[in-house]
Design a protein around this ligand. Sequence first.
Ligand SMILES: [Zn+2]
Length: 226
Amino acid sequence: MFMNRRLCQHGNDCLIFPGNLQSKPFGISYISINEVDKTAHIITLTLYIMRTILKMMMAATTLLTAACSNAQNKTENNRKMSEQTKPNPYYSRTDTNKLTVSNEEWKKLLPADVYRIARLAGTEYAFSGKYWKTDVKGMYYCVVCGNPLFKSGAKFASSCGWPSFYETIRPNSVEYLQDDSHGMSRIEVRCGRCESHLGHIFDDGPAPTFKRFCMNSAVLDFEPGE
Ligand SMILES: [Zn+2]
C-alpha cells in the first residue's frame, strides 16, 4: 500500500516509496527516499546480475552438451572409417588359391554394404550401383579377394539396372549354385576364389554366349585400363 512501482534504469520494476510518504503521518520514521531508492536499485541490480549469470551458465551448458555430442559423433565416424579401411590381408589380384575365411572375420574386414551383399547374398537396388551403365575400358575384380572376374569388353548395356557381362575372364573365375530363394529358381554366381555372392546368371544375354551375368556393383572392384 505504501509502495509504488516505476521502471528503473535497468529496465526492471523497481520498488520505491512515493515521495508524499517521506513525512511522518503516524509518528513513524521512514528512511529517506534516496536510501530506499539506492537499496532498491542495488537489489534490482543484484537480481539482474544473477539472472544474467544463470542465463550464461545455461547457454554454456547447452553449448557444452552440443560439443560433447559432436565429439562423440566424430569418434563414432572415425571408428567406422577405421573399420572400413582396415587392410584386407586376403586381397590379391594374382593369387589364385582358394580362400576359407569365416564370415566372422570377413565382417571385420569389409564395409557393411559389401559384407551384406557378398557374404549374406544381399542385392543392391537396381540402377543404384556405380557400374550399371559405365562403359569405361578396364578390368573388374572381386572386391572381397581381388580375383579377376570380367573384362570391360564382355560388358554390355542392359536395361536391368545392374552391371551385366556375357562371359567371365576364366571359366573358373566364378562358380555356380542353384538358388531357390525368394520363390524363384535362379543360378547364383559366386567368386571362384572366396565364394562371395556376386549376383545371378540368366539365359537372356547377347551373342556369343547368350548369357547375362547380372552382378552387384558393390562387390566389383574396377581398374581402368586397356
Ligand atoms: Zn572373391
